[in-house]
Design a protein around this ligand. Structure first.
Ligand SMILES: Cc1ncc(COP(=O)(O)O)c(C=O)c1O
Length: 468
């Protein structure tokens, strides 16, 4: 008698005293039935048709392939810390065993990002700073790092920590001037860390020239580029000579400020293995749910960024026309307009401007209604901030002065709202508006007054719209 399922196998067992035939019947049965799902495809991972046709980036962003057993069009969230193995003795018999080391949802995202970032491999971790932490663990005491003087505050803080506690020598120079970078490069330079456009001064760094200088000084020097400000839609540092590109996925890649993530991309497989080792060893790989969220966000990167850039250009032009000093690489007045456009496919959606008066800047920021006062950028809604009071407050005032960060600087991170509404909000804002709203909710707090006529909200520049 032959069993074709658990029930008939059990019947067969009761009618036979032969233990081995019972075992073989069970084995045969389990070949046909997969009640526990062990025979299902291991993961929906293949999102990267590397050998297939490459499409335009707008298409690649949304086009994914998977081997999910149900052909789910959205990658499933494998919210599981562990994966059962088929054998206790064969080592890891499945593709996955423990989510710190690998998870199908994360793999799917990594392959998708590798495709978009034009990389051999991409890795995702729990934040942008987590990505930089993984990169800097390649350094050894005595190694030298050359980096900019207008860095994201968190990057500055991590490098300061490494120079204080890790024996790393960090040179901060104006990376917008390759000759200043060249002056500090030596065979001991293990890493050059670049950010372009810089934030908040929106200075442009010549990646190809500096990468060549760095590799000439030390062929094993790793040129790492923080591409957060532009995203892979607008710039691909690996194509410009970088060895590692990293991004805060918290920003444009996700686009909704509803997750924290960091992305690393490389072309050298050995380097990829080293970075993966640290991610696995330290346990900072992105969670399955955040991987899924980031995957969802990435698909709309182009539509978001297109609108954000168009709005940014509109607002930059207006601010420039009022006489403010505006820093935006989309404006021909930007001193490095040509350089930026030789590397990038767009100017991004972050700009900054100076009012010439710290108190005025504070009032402009505090008066805006549509523009949320918030650190960060890359979100669908518009944000306004004063870097010296917020994102760069961790850099002391003296260092900020030395690095030429004006205390009155306002940074705008432009979203996808209607451009006229955004401009109207800046123009029609008046001193104390946010304070008044707060005062209505918290009567004991006072409101502010006084606003020069030459600035947004002043009588000369105000064109339309109501205050509230
Ligand atoms: C340019 C840049 N790089 C890196 C980071 C760090 O990213 P995360 O906040 O995801 O750790 C930020 C965060 O604001 C940033 O602006």
């Amino acid at each position: 008698m032959s069993g074709s399922g658990p029930a008939s196998a059990a019947t067969g067992a009761s009618s036979s005293n032969n233990a081995s035939s019972k075992t073989s019947a069970m084995a045969k049965a389990s070949q046909h039935l997969d009640l526990d799902g062990h025979d299902l495809p291991p993961s929906p991972a293949p999102s990267s048709p590397r050998s297939g046709r490459r499409y335009a980036l707008a298409t690649e962003l949304v086009f994914t392939e998977g081997s999910d057993q149900y052909n789910a069009s959205s990658v499933p969230i494998y919210q599981s810390a562990t994966f059962k193995q088929t054998s206790a003795t064969a080592g890891v018999s499945n593709e996955y065993d423990y989510t710190r080391s690998g998870n199908p949802t994360r793999t799917h995202l990594e392959r998708h990002l590798a495709k978009i970032m034009r990389a051999q491999r991409a890795l995702v971790v729990s934040s942008g700073m987590g990505a930089l932490d993984v990169i800097t663990r390649l350094l050894r005491p005595g190694d030298e790092v050359v980096t900019g003087d207008d860095l994201y505050g968190g990057t500055n803080r991590l490098l300061k920590y490494l120079s204080t506690h890790g024996g790393i020598i960090v040179h901060h120079v104006d990376t917008t001037d390759p000759s200043k970078v060249k002056a500090v490069l030596t065979p001991k330079t293990a890493m050059v860390l670049l950010e372009t456009p810089t934030n908040p001064l929106i200075k442009i760094v010549d990646i190809p020239t500096i990468a060549t200088l760095a590799h000439n000084a030390n062929p094993t020097c790793l040129v790492s580029v923080d591409n957060t400000m532009l995203s892979p839609l607008l710039q691909n540092p690996l194509d410009l000579g970088a060895d590692i590109v990293y991004e805060s996925g918290t920003k444009y890649l996700s686009g909704h400020h509803d997750l924290m993530a960091g992305v690393l991309a490389i072309n050298d497989p050995k380097l990829g293995e080293k970075l993966f080792f640290t991610i696995n060893a330290s346990g900072c790989g992105l969670s399955p749910f955040d991987s899924w969220l980031l995957m969802r966000g990435v698909k709309t990167l182009k539509v978001r960024m297109d609108t954000q850039q168009a709005n940014a250009m509109f607002i930059a032009r207006f601010l420039e026309s009022t006489g403010f000093k505006v820093r935006y690489p989309g404006l021909k007045s930007h001193p490095q307009y040509e350089l930026h456009n030789s590397m990038a496919r767009g100017a991004g959606a972050v700009l900054s401007f100076e009012t010439g008066d710290v108190a005025l800047s504070e009032r402009i920021v505090e008066s805006a209604k549509l523009w949320a006062i918030s650190v960060s950028f890359g979100c669908v809604n518009s944000l306004i901030s004063m870097p010296c009071r917020m994102s760069h407050a961790s850099i002391d005032e003296k260092t900020r002065r030395e690095r030429g960060v004006p205390e009155d600087l306002i940074r705008l991170c432009v979203g996808i709202e209607d451009g006229d509404d955004l401009l109207d909000d800046l123009k029609s804002s008046r001193p104390g508006r946010r304070h008044e709203r707060v005062a209505r909710r918290h009567p004991r707090r006072e409101s502010n007054t006084g606003y020069p006529a030459s600035a947004p909200g002043g009588t000369s520049s105000r064109q339309s719209g109501s205050d509230e």
